[in-house]
Design a protein around this ligand. Structure first.
Ligand SMILES: [Zn+2]
Length: 592
């Protein structure tokens, strides 16, 4: 389909950002003119003076808001048809201007950090700085970890040298892995990471076994090089944690999002309590698949064949709305507005970027890009991406610019809340037994892969870093042993822990971005907990959820969630999520 053949109401209205390209170009020139000429040096030594700092913050805010709009328009137009180079040029012009101004204002953060604590406290308490108060609190928090200018200079030189472990891993994982050929659909094909995932979901067990063995054999051959690379990455973390005076690698990584290690420890210990239910699920899989022995290569096969909800877009959208009814009138009205007023770009057309995402700038409404097909997965994509859109809308409307953006820690909660609500609604209302089975299975797999599996990874990272920090060098033996022990702990006795699985850690790219994956787990736990509360406690829980949706990044993420009724420093949300999982499992068990 060509873009011009799509009805207007199924296309996003970029005119809401700029009426046309001419308007974009005028705004770009005016912004460039103003800011590339601006002399920022006059601010450089002036932050001790309130009016200077305030003027600086307002100036850079104006720049950020305007460049954001320019960039968003450019990338949206580019994604409508990636073959058109005009908008790629717009996007890169915006990026260049952004980098220019970022370079000119690079002095600001260090200059703020060296302000005396009393001065910072004064600003933080000053209502004129209300919009910037959280950023200033973070500056204050970072003070003990900022070294002298000379030392910071050395550290940034070192960062350049030590930043390569992820690249080395990527190189090993792709160029050097030497995957052989294997059987798929009766043919010999060249193995790849993408096809491996496909083969693992396939119904032919002999194929799964072959792929599993060959895949891990390739990693076994590279294990010395991968161990060295990972060890190097952990030592890098240790170097920076020590240099920047953090208590450890985890503390340093979590400080990046202003999260306390208590949350991490709590995640590991609380999920551990839920493991017997995961073991039960693993045993059910074995029974449902009719296996004498279940192996790790049986773990990703869907228990139920695809049951497709095949609906035209408008009907799918209405269905999603019905599923989200517990979120109340205000939410649904806005949801409908998004469809009516051109927030969504619905159909796949020639040249359009694939996949789905939510975008937008602070001064525009959110936008959602879809490539809608009539499948169950796509119905959930509507719910998911619109969850992001609603979160952004409420946050932008409620918070000042500086506080509107939510961090990664919070980013997937609203989208997951929508998915879970829709899953529960559909599995309750459908009369199609197979669809119900499929949906419950989908939910359980989502919990296994996002909640449990990511926590397993998080625990591995914690163990590996703790080992290294206690002075023990990381070896292929201690890493593989630690991973195998975790696999046994998480999956229990319903599965044979094939020796190859000890090498799984060696193929996870996320481990080169330390202490990151735990956010996937806390995200789904928060979402499941929120849904449970909304469905069982009603009004008050809903009001708390709206506080969350409207909070953006006004303070640290754990506090934002606490005020929305999800206290990740306690066991409650974890228990809620586990109960939710256990009940879904119970319902699922009855169907086999
Ligand atoms: Zn998402």
């Amino acid at each position: 389909m060509q873009r011009q053949d799509v009805q207007l109401r199924f296309k996003w209205k970029t005119e809401d950002i700029f009426t046309d390209d001419k308007a974009w170009e005028e705004e770009f020139s005016s912004l460039e003119e103003k800011y590339t000429r601006m002399d920022f040096s006059r601010y450089e030594n002036g932050f001790a003076d309130k009016s200077v700092l305030l003027e600086y913050l307002r100036t850079t805010e104006d720049f950020s808001r305007r460049i954001e709009k320019l960039y968003v328009y450019a990338h949206m137009r580019k994604d409508e048809d990636v073959r058109v180079s005009k908008y790629a040029a717009y996007a890169s012009k915006s990026m260049t201007l952004y980098s220019q101004i970022a370079a000119k204002t690079a002095f600001a953060e260090p200059a703020l950090t060296v302000l005396p604590e009393e001065t910072l406290d004064g600003y933080i308490a000053d209502p004129d700085f209300a919009a910037y108060e959280y950023s200033l609190r973070r500056v204050k928090k970072s003070k003990p970890h900022v070294l002298s200018a000379k030392e910071e200079g050395l550290l940034s030189l070192a960062a350049d040298v030590m930043g390569g472990f992820h690249d080395t891993f990527t190189m090993l994982d792709n160029a050097n892995l030497n995957l052989p050929k294997a059987t798929l659909d009766g043919e010999e094909v060249q193995m790849s990471h993408a096809l491996y995932a496909l083969a693992m979901r396939g119904t032919d067990r002999a194929v799964r076994k072959e792929w599993f063995e060959k895949y891990y054999e390739a990693y076994t051959k590279l294990i010395d090089a991968i161990t060295q690379t990972y060890h190097g990455n952990v030592k890098k973390d240790m170097f920076f944690a020590q240099a920047k005076k953090y208590d450890g690698c985890m503390q340093m990584a979590l400080a990046g999002e202003d999260v306390s290690p208590v949350v991490y420890e709590n995640l590991l210990s609380s999920v551990e309590k839920g493991l017997p239910t995961l073991h039960r699920y693993v045993r059910l899989r074995k029974k449902a698949l009719g296996l004498e022995e279940q192996h790790m290569y049986d773990m990703s096969v869907p228990l139920v064949d695809g049951a497709e909800i095949s609906l035209p877009f408008d009907e799918a959208f209405d269905l999603v709305k019905r599923g989200l009814a517990p979120l109340g009138e205000e939410y649904l009205t806005l949801f409908e507005k998004a469809r009516q007023e051109g927030w969504i770009d619905v159909y796949e057309t020639e040249g359009k970027r694939n996949g789905a995402y939510c975008t937008g700038a602070y001064d525009t409404h959110p936008y959602v890009l879809l490539n809608y097909q009539r499948t169950t997965h796509e119905v959930f994509t509507i719910a998911h991406e619109m969850g992001h859109a609603m979160h952004s809308y409420f946050s932008n409307r409620t918070q000042p610019y500086e506080k509107a953006n939510y961090t990664i820690f919070l980013a997937e909660i609203a989208s997951t809340v929508n998915e879970v609500l829709l899953l529960k609604y559909l599995s309750k209302t459908t009369e199609d037994e197979n669809l119900k089975k499929y949906l419950l299975g989908y939910y359980l797999e989502m919990v296994r892969t996002t909640l449990f599996r990511q926590t397993q990874f998080a625990e591995f990272e914690q163990k590996a870093h703790a080992l290294a920090e206690s002075g023990v060098p990381l070896t292929k033996e201690n890493l593989c042993d630690a991973y195998l022990a975790l696999n046994k702990k998480y999956y229990g006795d319903g599965v044979v822990h094939d020796s190859q699985i000890a090498y799984e850690w060696a193929r996870i790219p996320h481990f080169y971005n330390s202490f990151y994956v735990y956010k996937y787990a806390t995200g789904i736990i928060s979402a499941m907990s929120i849904v449970r509360r909304i469905l069982t406690e009603g009004e008050e829980a809903l009001a708390a959820y709206f506080r969350f949706l409207s909070s953006g990044g006004r303070t640290d993420p754990v506090t934002i969630l606490q005020e929305a009724g999800v206290d990740l420093t306690t066991a409650k949300p974890f228990e809620n999520a586990m109960q939710e999982f256990a009940e879904t499992l119970q319902e699922f068990e009855k169907m086999f």
